[in-house]
Structure formats: structure tokens, C-alpha cells
Design a binder for this molecule. Structure first.
Ligand SMILES: [Zn+2]
Length: 416
């Protein structure tokens, strides 16, 4: 009797000690840096315990992924989970007329759509008038209340007084703004600290905005003001990202020590070279401009490219030429959540080699955002893993065919 129990106990021990929980066997593995043929990946708990050449591994569950490529979950660099496409509802009307409850309900759907599209981490750059709803949503994902990517959130974001919208009202009308106004040394210190205290993982600042006399992008904060924000944020262990489209605002942001510049449409070769030299990354958000131009009447594929699109192509080429580090981030929310791959398709269409686009969306963004255990399929890294049909190197659009999504070792989608 005692012997039988011992054998039984040994059996249980053997089961509990299978080398891995999941053994994933695809056609090929993109490990976040390069493609490998005949590799497999083992997952134990929430981590990767093996990634390398195929060998015999004792697994609780083996998943064959025929014809597929296994790769790290995508890391989206610029989203707005509290916005939905402007051709459905204008930005003004979303900020002015939709309650935070409605916007949060929409965000729950947006988060699920993002995760199902293979995005396992997302930097959300501003709640656009929805206060700290992004902080609450991030916590809801962390607690497992709703499915979604890991979130790095900005909260309200900071704008200079008078610069941001919604605009166009009688001065006696008080409208809720899409971000928080602050100016000058004392005020910027207080607001930066307040946003940090309310759960912002980073500080987003608008270094310029379309408030020029003719509606052109013009700088907002002085270099001294930007430096104040950076000093306060960095002493709390947080980085600052800047919205900047004009060359002058980009220069000020670089000088102030900001880590990533969002949009950068008006960047010159000189500015991009400065970014490369100082290690400031560019998040070009090509897909947002592409979408907005179509919303305002451009029939893409039929009409010739409007000036705005041609200029964006040109500035992206200059950034590549200067060797600026490119962050994959499309400003998703302007266009539908879950369509994140659009940005990668446009990065490639505008001249970025496919392998560099793939690196940008995985290990590149992980490095830029200081996510030490994400973005690679490597022993010791967190098990944020996706499988896509075909080879993304032969066509980046294969990233639209996501068949398996695992985050933190848990499977959220498995449709081989
Ligand atoms: Zn944005």
C-alpha cells in the first residue's frame, strides 16, 4: 500500500515537473532580432524557458503551428484607447459629448481588439479629455477584469494655455479640454507631479500645436519649460514624450532631454541628425495622417497623393537617412483599434526594410521603452508571444493573420 502511494506520488511529481507548460512548434521563429528556421519555444508559467533549435522537450501541452511564424507580441508605441475613429465621431464631439463612462466602455472593446490583433503591450499617449480613465483601465487589465495589452499610460498630458482644443467657443463658455493646461516653472512642476501622483507612467507634453495664425503647427513651451517637465518627471523615474510636428518644437524637445518625439512631420535632415546623435527616437504615426487625409476626401489609390502625404513620405525618408531610431506607433484610435499593422505597412511602403520594421515593433520598442523582459523570444523573457500565418518577412501584411496570442503565459487566442 505504502509503495503504491509512493508510485502515485512519483507520477504526480512527474506531471507537475514537465519541463514546460507549452511547447510551441512553428515553421519559423522571429525572436525579435532575426528569423530562425526549425526553432521551438517552451513556456513555463508566465515566462519563456526555452527558445532555440528543435529538441525533445517534455511538455504538458504541445501546439503545432504549421505554416506559421512565432514572434514576440507587438509593442504599439502610440495609441489612444479612449478615442475612436474620427470618421465615426469628430475628435471635438468625442471630447465634448461622450461621457467618460461611454468612452471607457468603448475602450474595453478597443483593448480586446488590440490584444486579438497581436498587440501585447501598448503605450497610450493621452486620455484626450477622459481624465485618468486610462490608469483605471490599465489596472483592470492587470487584475484580469478585462483582456487587453499591458499598458503604459500618460494620463491627461500637458498643454500650454490657449493652445489645445476643443476651440471655437465664446469666451464665456467653459469647455472641457483634451489635455491639462500648465505654464511656467511653478505650475509645470505642480501639474507634472500631480499627473505622476494620479498614475501616469510617463509624461506627454505638446511641444507644439496647430495654433499658428493660419492654423499651422507652432511651438508652445519654451526650452526652459520643457526642461522643467523633464527634470521633474525624470527625478520620479519617468520619461517624457513630446508631440512635435514643427522643426523648431522638435529642436526644443531634443534640447530639453525628451526621449521620443511623436509625429515629427516637419523634421529636416538637420533635426533628424540631431535626434540620431542624441538618441531621441521618432514615432512617426504615418497611419494617422494617412487616415485623416482620407477622412477629408482623399480617395487613396485613385487620386494622386496630396501634398501632406508626399511631405510625410519625404520626412520619413530623411529620418531613415539620418539613422534615427524609429518607434512603431500609429496613433491608433484615429483609425480603428486592432488595425495597428497599418503603421507597419506604411513604414515599409515609405522605405523602411521589413526586418527593421519588425524589430521596431518588438525588441526595438522594448529597448526604447525600457521594457527589459519584453520584445524578444528568449529564455527568461515574459511569455508575450504571437503566431501569424506565413512569413512576415515576405509580406509585412502577414501580421494581419494573427492565429495565436499569448500574454504572460496565458493563451487569449488560438485558431490555427
Ligand atoms: Zn496621439
Amino acid at each position: 500500500m505504502k509503495l503504491k502511494l509512493t508510485i502515485l506520488a512519483l507520477c504526480f511529481t512527474a506531471i507537475a515537473h514537465a519541463q514546460v507548460d507549452y511547447l510551441l512548434i512553428p515553421d519559423r521563429v522571429f525572436d525579435g532580432k532575426e528569423i530562425h528556421e526549425n526553432w521551438v519555444v517552451g513556456v513555463k508559467g508566465n515566462g519563456i524557458s526555452y527558445a532555440g533549435p528543435n529538441k525533445s522537450i517534455d511538455a504538458d501541452s504541445t501546439i503545432e503551428l504549421k505554416g506559421m511564424t512565432l514572434m514576440p507580441g507587438l509593442i504599439e508605441g502610440h495609441s489612444h484607447i479612449l478615442l475612436h475613429p474620427y470618421n465615426e465621431t469628430s475628435w471635438n464631439d468625442q471630447v465634448l459629448k461622450e461621457s467618460v463612462a461611454e468612452r471607457s466602455a468603448r475602450a474595453v472593446n478597443h483593448l480586446k481588439a488590440s490584444l486579438m490583433a497581436g498587440v501585447t503591450t501598448m503605450r497610450d499617449l493621452g486620455s484626450e479629455g477622459a481624465g485618468y480613465a486610462d490608469v483605471g483601465l490599465k489596472i483592470a487589465v492587470q487584475k484580469g477584469v478585462i483582456p487587453g495589452p499591458r499598458l503604459i499610460v500618460a494620463g491627461k498630458a500637458i498643454v500650454a494655455t490657449g493652445s489645445y482644443g476643443p476651440k471655437g467657443f465664446h469666451e464665456g463658455v467653459n469647455v472641457p479640454l483634451g489635455a491639462e493646461e500648465a505654464d511656467g516653472y511653478d505650475d509645470l512642476i505642480r501639474v507634472t507631479r500631480d499627473q505622476i501622483g494620479n498614475g501616469a507612467d510617463l509624461i506627454k507634453v505638446y511641444a507644439d500645436y496647430r495654433w499658428g495664425p493660419e492654423g499651422t503647427a507652432q511651438p508652445t513651451f519654451t526650452v526652459a519649460e520643457l526642461k522643467t517637465i523633464v527634470e521633474i518627471a525624470e527625478s520620479s523615474g519617468r520619461e517624457v514624450v513630446a508631440h512635435a510636428s514643427s522643426a523648431e518644437a522638435m529642436k526644443r524637445a531634443i534640447e530639453a532631454g525628451i526621449k521620443t518625439i511623436e509625429h515629427g512631420d516637419g523634421g529636416t535632415l538637420e533635426v533628424f541628425k540631431l535626434m540620431a546623435e542624441k538618441g531621441v527616437a521618432l514615432c512617426p504615426t504615418i497611419a494617422a495622417g494617412d487616415a485623416i487625409t482620407q477622412y477629408s476626401g482623399w480617395n487613396k489609390g485613385v487620386d494622386p497623393e496630396p501634398g501632406r502625404i508626399r511631405a510625410k513620405r519625404r520626412s520619413f525618408e530623411l529620418a531613415l537617412q539620418a539613422g534615427v531610431k524609429i518607434v512603431f506607433g500609429g496613433d491608433v484610435g484615429v483609425f480603428p483599434h486592432g488595425e495597428n499593422v497599418r503603421e507597419l505597412e506604411l513604414m515599409v511602403e515609405y522605405g523602411m526594410p521589413v526586418e527593421l520594421a519588425l524589430i521596431s515593433a518588438t525588441s526595438g520598442n522594448a529597448e526604447t521603452f525600457r521594457l527589459d523582459d519584453l520584445g524578444q523570444l528568449k529564455e527568461g523573457f515574459l511569455a508575450d508571444i504571437i503566431a501569424v500565418e506565413g512569413d512576415p518577412l515576405s509580406s509585412i501584411s502577414n501580421l494581419r493573420k494573427v492565429k495565436l496570442v499569448m500574454k504572460d503565459g496565458k493563451i487569449y487566442k488560438n485558431h490555427p
